[in-house]
Design a protein around this ligand. Structure first.
Ligand SMILES: [Zn+2]
Length: 332
């Protein structure tokens, strides 16, 4: 099996939507491009809604080759600890009232079952290790998943799974909901697409459950040792901040604000900034707003340990992969 080298700062591959020119870029170029200060080196099209350059897959990506797709490990992050679960019941989380409404609105007894089977048929998204980690960080940031427990899966595909030829543009769907049957013929199990959001310009896969042979799983972020120097210093800083009163407002605007930022939340933000500064440029803005004040009283070390654990997923992926290596494979 192929374990691809992890690199959160690899060069990205671009394709111009206007002239089809393709070229490599780095994160500095990307930041300038997003501000309108860089453009396609061939035709000058910049960051516009139509015909703009966008991420594409490099012709050198080994996963253009079907045998490399089947022979590589793939990754996925989820809040489910027993995924992928074919017996999953999507109606389990619905209340009796919701179920009743479902029936009365549609006027059809089988509507709920049809909805459930459509939910079960949704494709799973697999990608590089980097894409899986970035996906979790985005969900923690954008979708209020900050306090959810996440799990990292390493996936082995079935060798007889059928792969749709070619690499395709990213499929659009609400919250990544994709039904393969709407995009390719019914016998296809695996659909390759360009991921433009996580580990941009890498290949991700939308797969049927049946395409998965086995998985390994660990809860993430990893536990950071309570004796870790940064974690214990950060914990002390939070504890001290919690008993200091809020800084006196200095300006009229600050005085007019109803809610002063507490000393504690200011300290928590500065810890987040310290950790973010040690991350690749493209990930820094995903690394904030993780602080939960109530956890400080319950377990003061929890927040700094979580920050350090999250950073370790990016800065020390070998430690994560070594831990995964110790886990048994579970066939699904
Ligand atoms: Zn161009």
């Amino acid at each position: 099996m192929i374990e691809r080298a992890v690199d959160f700062e690899r060069l990205r591959w671009m394709r111009c939507g206007t002239c089809s020119n393709e070229w490599h870029i780095n994160s500095e170029w990307l930041a300038l491009f997003e501000q309108g200060a860089e453009a396609c080196p061939n035709c000058g099209t910049d960051y516009e809604p139509l015909g703009r350059p966008d991420f594409w897959v490099s012709p050198d990506d080994p996963c253009h080759d079907d045998s490399a797709v089947g022979g590589s490990f793939w990754y996925h992050t989820s809040t489910h600890s027993n995924g992928p679960d074919r017996a999953f019941d999507p109606t389990a989380g619905l209340t009796t009232v919701t179920k009743r409404r479902f029936r009365s609105i549609s006027g059809d007894e089988s509507a709920l079952e049809r909805w459930a089977s459509r939910q079960r048929a949704k494709a799973l998204h697999l990608g590089t290790y980097e894409a899986a980690i970035e996906n979790m960080l985005r969900r923690m940031n954008d979708q209020d998943g900050v306090n959810d427990q996440f799990y990292l899966y390493r996936v082995r595909l079935r060798q007889d799974a059928i792969i749709e030829p070619g690499v395709h543009p990213e499929l659009s769907g609400t919250f990544g909901d994709v039904h393969l049957s709407e995009h390719c013929s019914p016998e296809i199990d695996i659909f390759r697409y360009v991921n433009t959001h996580e580990d941009p310009s890498s290949i991700s896969l939308a797969v049927r459950h049946e395409a998965i042979h086995a998985v390994q799983m660990i809860p993430i972020p990893l536990r950071v040792d309570a004796g870790d120097a940064w974690v214990s210093a950060a914990t002390s800083r939070l504890m001290e901040a919690a008993i200091r009163s809020a800084p006196e407002p200095k300006t009229d605007v600050e005085r007019m604000r109803r809610h002063q930022k507490s000393t504690l939340s200011i300290e928590a933000s500065s810890l987040e900034e310290e950790v973010a500064e040690r991350l690749p440029l493209g990930l820094r803005d995903r690394f904030d707003r993780y602080f939960d004040e109530s956890s400080l009283t319950a377990e003061p070390i929890a927040f700094p340990a979580k920050l350090a654990g999250l950073a370790m997923l990016v800065n020390n992926p070998l430690a994560v992969l070594e831990l995964l290596d110790t886990m048994p494979w579970r066939e699904v």
